[in-house]
Design a protein. Sequence first.
Length: 81
Amino acid sequence: MPDMSASASLAMTHLVPLAKELDEDKVTPGVLGFIVFAVMALAVWALMKSMNRHMGRVDFPEESEEPGAEKAGATAAEKRG
């Protein structure tokens, strides 16, 4: 397998002249930036949809509406304890 530092330095020698040709006042994210942003947006959308589905499946116990039921449960727990 070839030496990685040699291939990295070779790549840098070819990329540096390309970078010098760019106008430093007009640097934009380009197509790659748009693709990365679009993928991240789709991932967030999928996560939110999944979270919404999972939160819909959660069953929270509801508190009873009767005021005496709370006291009756407490006295029954005291008798057991």
